[in-house]
Design a protein. Structure first.
Ligand code: KG4
Ligand code: ZN
Length: 333
């Protein structure tokens, strides 16, 4: 019988469900939550409530798309963390309910590991060991990937994540949440005209809080002189902010490649959808003569396909968890 996994992702503000059969995606459905746009960030309580509302319709859509029924499923997988505890609890409780009702095993998945294993959904796939820069709304990590489920974090941020830097900068510019994709869009028409400070931290450490302050003060001073400064310079501001955020990522990646000596390097997570990062990363690969792996857009930002593919490898190792397990907001590898 083939291995058919139902993957549930509800760690932040997207309710997503995927079905994967023998490692092949049959359905990958998601309901995004527009409710947070007006607040400049995700409101945890609103996120949990939206998950509760969306989760059954998303499951129905995924079953319909895959043309499979619940009785055919081999195991139920869900995001165990890290993430917002209220959101995680909705996904976890739903998964446990299904596991009990269907008498199928339960698989707990680490969200950050899943972002990386999204590279094993489609070809080309990296070979082990490889280095992955995982950049999302909550994390910025350099991970040495020894095997599907054996990963080592060799560097991370000491304050804000790269996605957070995009979102907070967008908020300063008066753009709605999530600001990353909007900065990317406006930056396409702008030029890098403004310089912001670079962090002075350890070789494999990231820091974005100083950059955010530098952006805030630069804009505040300019607005004092020119009331419409932001509107008149939006595209150049976006290009400059995006350049500064990505430049830090590329600098650190270069150091990590040199230190580890690997010749297979990947990027993952929501910020890996950024067009400037994708360009600079591809360029870096050419310059250093290493293989680079960039995920398809649908597997960069939060999705359940990545949860399901991770669960597929866990299923092959009989790595199941007990109904008594609870999600963890700060789950580590
Ligand atoms: O991985 P993800 O969907 O969720 C978390 O696990 O956090 O990442 C979301 C982050 C947000 O900060 C969002 O602004 C950023 O990814 N993001 C982007 C782009 N698309 C999403 N940042 C820059 N450029 C993009 N095109
Ligand atoms: Zn994520």
């Amino acid at each position: 019988m083939s291995v058919l996994i139902l993957g549930i992702e509800a760690s932040c503000d997207d309710t997503a469900i995927a079905l994967i059969e023998e490692g092949k995606i049959l359905a990958n459905c998601v309901a995004n939550q527009a409710v947070h746009e007006a607040y400049g960030g995700v409101v945890p309580e609103l996120a949990s409530r939206s998950h509760q509302k969306n989760i059954i319709p998303v499951l129905e859509a995924a079953l319909k798309k895959s043309n499979r029924s619940l009785s055919e499923i081999s195991a139920i997988a869900y995001t165990q963390g890290p993430g917002l505890i209220g959101s995680l609890l909705v996904g976890c409780s739903f998964a446990k309910g299904l596991s009990l009702a269907l008498d199928k095993p339960l698989i707990g998945v680490n969200h950050m590991q899943a972002h990386i294993l999204a590279h094993f959904i489609d070809d080309p796939k990296p070979s082990f060991p490889f280095l992955c820069l995982t950049v999302s709304g909550g994390h910025t990590q350099l991970v040495l990937v020894h095997d599907y489920l054996k990963m080592e974090v060799i560097g991370s941020t000491i304050d804000d994540a790269a996605g957070e830097a995009f979102d907070k900068s967008a908020k300063i510019l008066g753009l709605p949440y999530p600001g990353g994709p909007l900065i990317d869009k406006h930056a396409k028409k702008g030029l890098v005209k403004f310089n912001f400070s670079k962090p002075k931290v350890g070789p494999l450490e990231f820091s974005y809080s100083g950059l955010k302050t530098s952006i805030l003060y630069t804009i505040r001073d300019k607005v004092k002189e020119e009331e419409n400064f932001i509107q008149d310079n939006l595209e150049d501001l976006c290009a400059s902010i995006q350049f500064s955020i990505v430049d830090i990522l590329i600098d650190k990646l270069k150091i990590a490649i040199k230190k580890t000596g690997v010749n297979q390097v990947a990027i993952a997570g929501g910020v890996s959808a950024n067009s400037h990062l994708r360009e600079r990363f591809a360029e870096l690969g050419e310059n250093l003569n290493i293989d680079t792996f960039i995920p398809a857009f649908e597997y960069c930002t939060d999705n359940a396909a990545m949860i399901a593919i991770t669960a597929h490898y866990k299923f092959l190792k009989n790595d199941f968890i007990d109904l008594a397990e609870v999600p963890s907001a700060r789950l580590k590898f």
